[in-house]
Design a protein. Sequence first.
Length: 378
Amino acid sequence: MSNDFILQIITAILCFVSILFAIFLLFVESKNKLGNRILALFLIVRAIDASVIIYINYIAVHPALDVFRHDAGGFLQLPLLFLFVLSIIYRDFRLKRKYLLLLIPFLLSTLVAIPRYYLEYLGFRNSLFDGLPLSFEISFTYSLNFIQNLSLIVLTFVILKRYKRIMMENFSKTDNDNHRWLLQMNVISSFLFFAALIKNVHKYQENPQFIMQLRILVMTISLLFICWLVFKALMAPKLFRGIDSSLQLVNVNDGPKLFEETNESKLTLQKIEKLKTYMDHKEPYLNPELTIAELATELDINVTELSTLINHHLSQNFHLFVNQYRIHKAKELLSDVSNNYNIQEILYKVGFNSKSSFNVSFKSLTGLTPSQYKNKTL
C-alpha cells in the first residue's frame, strides 16, 4: 500500500467526518447555536481545503478556484476556531463588525494573487504544487499566513489566561472543564500549525518522501483533532460556563490600603467584618454554584465593591476565599466523631463537586490529605 493511497484514505475519512459533523452541528438543538455554526463552518472549510488531495488526480478544477481554496483554507481556519473559543468563553458573544478584521490577511493575499494567479494561465499556477521556484506571491502568502496564525494562537492563550483569572475572581465552582479543554484545543492547534509550517518549509525541496510522511502525519492528527473537538462540542451543555463579556479583572492598585487611617479604610474594615460574619453564620459557600454576583446580592452591596474587598483588601480571589471556608467546614466534619459521614459525602456537603478538586484544595490549605487529617484528629 503506497503512502499516496494511505494519504487519500485518511483525507477521505477526514472530509466525510467533517461534513457529517458540520451538518449535525447546524441542525442540532443547543444553547450555543452560534458557536455550533462557527464550528460547523470551520469543519466545512477544513474539508474543502483537504479535499484537493482526493480530487487533484481525478478532477480538473479551474486554477482560480484552486487558488481560492488554498488561501481560504490557510487564512480562515484559525480565525474560525478563535471565534469559536470566544463563543464559548462569553455567554453574550455576538458576531460584530470588528471581527471582519480577521479577514484582512485573506483579502490581502487574494489581492496580491489576482494579477498572476487569478488572471494568468494555469502553467504559472503549477509552481504552488510542483516544487518550482517560489514566487513573490507564494512567499507573501505563506509569510502573512504564518504571522496571522501565530498571532491568533498567542492571542487565544492570552484570552484563556484572562478568562481563568476572571473565573477565579467571580465563581466558586472548583472545576473549570471549559478552560481546560479550550486550552487543550489551542495546544493541539499550535502543534498542527508548527507541523504544517515544517511541511511548507520543506515543500519546495527535493525530498518528496519526507514531505509525504509529514502530510500523512498532519492529516492523521487533523482527523483525530476534529473527532475530539466535535466530541467536546457535543458535551457543551455539561461543560459550558460562559462569562459576561463586561466582567473585568480587579485592579489591585485601586482603593486605599487597610493600614491607612482614613474614614474610607475604616468603612472598608466594617464591610470586611460584615462579609466574614455573613460567611460564618449563613454559610453561602455550601452552594457549589455560588458566584460573587449572588453573594453581593445577599449582602446588598455592589458586585464590583465586593470583588475589590476580596481581591484587593484580602489579597485573595473569590475562588480561594470561598474554598477556605469550605475547607474549614470540612475539617470540622472530619474531626467530629459524632457523625458518620465519609469523605465523599463531606466534600459534597461543603460545596465541592469533585473529589480531585477537594483533595487538591484541602492539601494546599492544610498540608494534609483529607484522609491523613481525619486519621490525625480521630
